[in-house]
Design a binder for this molecule. Structure first.
Ligand code: SF4
Ligand code: SF4
Length: 281
């Protein structure tokens, strides 16, 4: 089965019968052509249906069905993965591509068969999908889309909030001026999203997860690091102290997740980082 491919507007290419990989598997374009006409009111001849998916890495030149989509360029320009991460959701542009099952049901006034729903409506039922994402991710959404690999610049654009981007820069500069570590951009799975990972040999020193208007760092503290932390407890803020004390102890130690939105939190991160690994200078 093809992995989930979520578009900028919340459609699912992996479920869409126009998607090149699905056509290669089984050509059902006539079903799609008829379904689009019946449920959405437009007709594209079956032989003209072919789409490479709008988050294809070559997205500006990719062969797309919906070349006039107003949503995709807007989301890309803003540096988000999809509209659920935008404060203006649901805007007028989005409305142009919004799909609600209830609206289609009202329009056609007859029962929609299960196969028709699966093939023609579900792939594009974006409001339901993006609402669920917003609910699940909350205000600090991460970069969760495996198909959109970020770089450092796009991570900062995603964070957007100027003062948080400055804190991000401070942290990265501190790490790169004070340590000699290997740096990776990793996808940590659907639960954790994209991250910057700094390692010393096989040992992870810190992982940094960009979020909307924040970033969260992860440290794993074993027995030795927790002892060091106890000896400097009075140097960190109460929130950090409570967080470390309240974090569950697993076999590999405590996984300490610290969200940064202000200077005080960044200072605590730097204190924890120095416990994790002594700076070179
Ligand atoms: S038509 Fe839309 S949902 Fe279907 S493959 Fe193309 S971009 Fe994806
Ligand atoms: S302004 Fe509208 S189309 Fe653009 S990212 Fe926000 S919700 Fe999406």
């Amino acid at each position: 089965m093809t992995k989930e491919i979520l578009t900028r507007c919340g459609y699912r290419c992996d479920l869409c019968l126009a998607y090149k990989e699905n056509i290669d598997k089984e050509d059902r374009r006539q079903v799609l052509s008829d379904g689009w006409f019946r449920f959405f009111g437009f007709r594209i001849k079956a032989e003209n249906i072919y789409c490479e998916g709008c988050i294809s890495s070559d997205c500006l030149t990719a062969c797309l069905i919906d070349k006039g989509c107003p949503v995709r360029p807007c989301v890309i320009e803003k540096g988000y993965e999809n509209c659920s991460q935008c404060d203006k959701y649901i805007c007028e542009k989005f409305e142009e591509r919004a799909v609600r099952l209830e609206d289609i049901q009202d329009k056609i006034q007859e029962k929609i068969k299960r196969n028709d729903y699966r093939d023609i409506i579900k792939p594009y039922e974006n409001i339901k999908r993006l609402n669920e994402l917003r609910e699940r991710q909350g205000q600090f959404s991460r970069m969760f889309n495996e198909n959109i690999k970020p770089n450092e610049e796009s991570m900062k654009k995603f964070i957007e909030e100027k003062n948080v981007v400055e804190l991000w820069d401070k942290l990265i500069n501190f790490i790169e001026h004070n340590y000699k570590l290997d740096k990776y951009i990793n996808y940590g799975g659907k639960k954790y999203g994209w991250e910057i990972h700094y390692k010393y040999g096989k040992k992870t020193i810190i992982s940094i997860h960009p979020e909307r208007r924040a970033f969260t760092v992860l440290f794993t503290f074993g027995k030795k690091e927790l002892e060091s932390f106890n000896s400097i407890k009075d140097q960190v803020g109460k929130a950090t102290l409570d967080l470390v004390d309240g974090t569950k102890h697993y076999h590999d130690g405590k996984w300490i997740w610290l969200r940064v939105t202000d200077n005080e939190q960044l200072n605590d991160v730097l204190i924890l980082l120095k416990i994790k690994k002594k700076p070179n200078h």
